[in-house]
Design a protein around this ligand. Structure first.
Ligand SMILES: [Cu+2]
Length: 302
């Protein structure tokens, strides 16, 4: 869908260019990268973590790109965070490329400061699970794959398993699309490496089961060029998805208008003996690291 949008934008730009006289064309110095999109966005600061070059913002809808949601953004120049506080209304420029996204030009605006954090709609309580730690036996769950077939996590026993969470409508390049692109690189690397193990599997779980039907997941999986023998996409009962998410620190909250989902990221490696080997937070990991974890997990002995 993003590609269609970019294509449309490119078409629009071409038609503008044809209408303007050639002399008025800006020189090459302002030529943006072809796949770069820039948006002017408004929002409210929810969390400031300058050490991680990150600011969590409850942002308004970005028409044509992303519904309103609360999410962390990378701030390349942390000097821009000076003087900003939680609750400040801000405007900023958001730049997204095919694989990256960041914000700059953060400016406080004189909107009334909110005194309380935004109310979280649709919070679900599933408290009958314990958090999982490294070394724990992975809890068994039953989900449904992209072909509509039910399966259990315990069926991957004997294989190294990495699972992560996405929702297929997530557009922001450093969030869900990055998790899927990383998984594809892991898949391709393990399929190509001559001495790689063969007992490994990737699992992408949707936390948007209302929208992400098996058919939609299948289309998404094919877009990712998945090898169905090694990479499963799954949906399931929201109670189960919430429970497994909660066990590994994955949090997702549907936004008030019902289309966006605010969420963090977790990627979990379970070894061939069914034990949790690693829980990787957020998006700073590389495909190479996950390949190394899976190779170790595939060789796990009792
Ligand atoms: Cu996402």
């Amino acid at each position: 869908m993003l590609r269609t949008l970019l294509l449309l934008m490119a078409i629009t730009c071409v038609s503008c260019a044809q209408q303007s006289p050639p002399a008025a064309q800006p020189a090459a110095e302002i030529t943006p990268q072809p796949t770069q999109q820039v948006f002017q966005v408004k929002g409210t600061i929810v969390e400031l973590t300058p050490a991680e070059k990150s600011v969590r913002i409850q942002h308004e809808e970005i028409p044509g790109y992303m519904p309103a949601m609360t999410m962390p953004f990378e701030v390349r120049d942390t000097n821009e965070l000076a003087g900003l506080e939680i609750g400040d209304a801000v405007t900023f420029r958001m730049t997204v490329t095919e694989n990256d996204g960041w914000i700059d030009q953060l400016k406080k605006v004189s909107a009334p400061r909110i005194t309380a954090l935004p109310k979280v709609p649709g919070l679900r309580f599933v408290r009958d699970v314990e958090p999982l730690n490294v070394g724990d036996a992975m809890t068994d769950y039953r989900f449904t794959n992209q072909l509509g077939q039910p399966f259990k996590l315990s069926e991957f026993r004997g294989q190294a398993l990495a699972f992560t969470f996405v929702f297929t409508r997530c557009p922001y390049p450093t969030f869900c699309p990055l998790m899927s692109n990383n998984f594809r690189q892991v898949q391709d690397a393990l399929l190509k490496q001559p001495n790689a193990p063969t007992n490994w599997h990737l699992l992408t779980l949707s936390f948007d089961p209302d929208w992400d039907s098996p058919a939609r997941l299948k289309a998404y999986a094919e877009g990712m060029r998945h090898d169905p023998k090694h990479w499963t996409f799954a949906t399931g009962d929201l109670t189960d998805i919430t429970a497994i998410a909660e066990q590994v620190g994955e949090v997702f909250v549907r936004d008030a208008d019902g289309t966006g989902i605010s969420h963090n990221l977790r990627t979990v490696v379970v070894d061939a003996q069914g034990r949790v080997q690693k829980i990787i937070a957020e998006n700073k990991w590389t495909p190479e690291e996950l390949v190394a974890e899976l190779r170790r997990a595939a060789a796990a002995k009792p």
